[in-house]
Design a protein around this ligand. Structure first.
Ligand code: 5AD
Ligand code: FES
Length: 365
């Protein structure tokens, strides 16, 4: 097979990816850079069928609570980086967080994602007490933390307090690329260590990368895919990079919806059981991005449950959607969008299903 530009070559690659759950580096590159819409449709159809074999028509909701935008880090791409003096900072109190959960629970949410910057105010003890309180009040929910890098002992305390899942994107699996995206005090090796620790402790772990981040090459994305194959996360969060005006990347090109959608399909075919969100960033770059994400193999959406008065402040990138909507509005809108794709919003916690380990439900992995 030498004619790497041909239509039928690409179709064969999609068949091979479906069959083997793997491709060579050159074949991954050919898939990722293809802009043939017929090929994308073919790949999406394969991804949908892989996902339906595991999860049927269900799409899982995760209620996102953005509880602090203070951050000690200064990532080059991020709008809430510590050096951004224009960011208006806020923290939610325990009462605020619980009232978000009360409202979310009433709306049918069974997973809460507590996301924030790396904010030293939220000591291990404070996080433990927040997690404990939510689990005590709503024992049938899953609690996901997304609060960045900490030490293994801290992660262990969170797990012991009842946290079920942890999201920590690796951002890029290439160390040199990681170092161009982050200031010198951040370490690629530490981030990878965190991901390993989280898995070993027993969390359902989500990693993921930005698509089209400054300096990203196809070879970096291939490294990301190899990392996913090896690490086997329960979740993978990917979204296009979108510039933020108060960063050094203000004038950079954003990532594309097309590349993000192809990657969603590829990841679904590599890891058929993975939980894959159609992210807010994808919905920001394309008005129908989340629906397209679901059609490309995503099976999770994360409506925002943060109080409306802080939403406009959790701005990682420009033009973020849903910053003015009440939670009830967001969930109605998301349900309509999901229904429009022919899928349906599931009522359960939507745990990761690992058929090859024999069980259906692994609430504590
Ligand atoms: N564009 C897109 N995604 C971003 N994130 C941070 N900044 C941006 C941006 N400018 C993503 C990172 C982070 C997640 C919470 O949001 O991947 O891990
Ligand atoms: Fe928030 Fe549509 S999901 S307004």
């Amino acid at each position: 097979m030498t004619d790497t530009g041909s239509h039928s070559y690409h179709m064969e690659l999609a068949d091979k990816l479906e069959r083997d759950r793997d491709l060579s580096d050159d074949e991954f590159a050919a898939v990722l850079i293809s802009d043939d819409p017929q090929f994308s449709d073919y790949l999406s159809a394969k991804a949908r069928s892989a996902r339906e074999k595991v999860y049927g028509k269900d799409v899982y909701l995760r209620g996102l609570i953005e509880f602090t935008n203070y951050c000690r880090n200064n990532c080059n791409y991020c709008g809430i980086r510590s050096g951004n003096k224009n960011a208006e900072r806020y923290r939610l109190s325990m009462e605020d967080i619980i009232s978000c959960c009360d409202m979310g629970y009433g709306l049918g949410f069974r997973t809460f994602v507590l996301q924030g910057g790396e904010d030293p105010y939220y000591t291990d003890e404070r996080i433990v007490s927040i997690v404990g309180k939510i689990k005590e009040r709503y024992p049938d929910t899953a609690v996901t933390l997304s609060i960045g890098e900490r030490e293994r002992e801290s992660y262990q305390k969170f797990y012991d307090a009842g946290a079920d899942r942890y999201l920590l994107r690796h951002e890029t699996a290439d160390k040199d690329h990681y170092e161009t995206l982050h200031p010198a005090n951040m370490s690629f090796d530490h981030r990878m260590r965190c991901l390993q620790d989280l898995h070993e402790i027993g969390f359902q772990v989500g990693c993921g990368m930005m698509v089209g981040s400054p300096g990203q090459k196809t070879e970096h994305l291939i490294k990301d895919l190899r990392f996913l194959q090896e690490f086997r996360p329960e979740m993978v969060g990917i979204g296009p990079f979108i510039p933020h005006r108060d960063t050094i990347y203000a004038d950079r090109q954003p990532g594309t919806a097309g590349m993000t959608l192809r990657l969603l399909s590829v990841i679904r075919l590599l890891l058929p059981e993975v939980l894959l969100p159609a992210t807010t960033a994808l919905g920001t770059i394309d008005v129908r991005g989340r629906e397209k994400g679901i059609m490309a193999g995503a099976n999770v959406v994360m409506p925002n449950l943060s109080p409306v008065n802080v939403r406009g402040k959790y701005l990682l990138y420009d033009n973020k959607i849903c910053t003015g909507d009440e939670a009830a509005e967001c969930i109605r809108c998301m349900s309509m969008r999901v229904a429009g794709t022919g899928y349906r919003v599931a009522e359960s916690r939507g745990d990761h299903i690992r058929y090859d380990r024999g069980g259906k439900d692994h609430p504590r992995r």
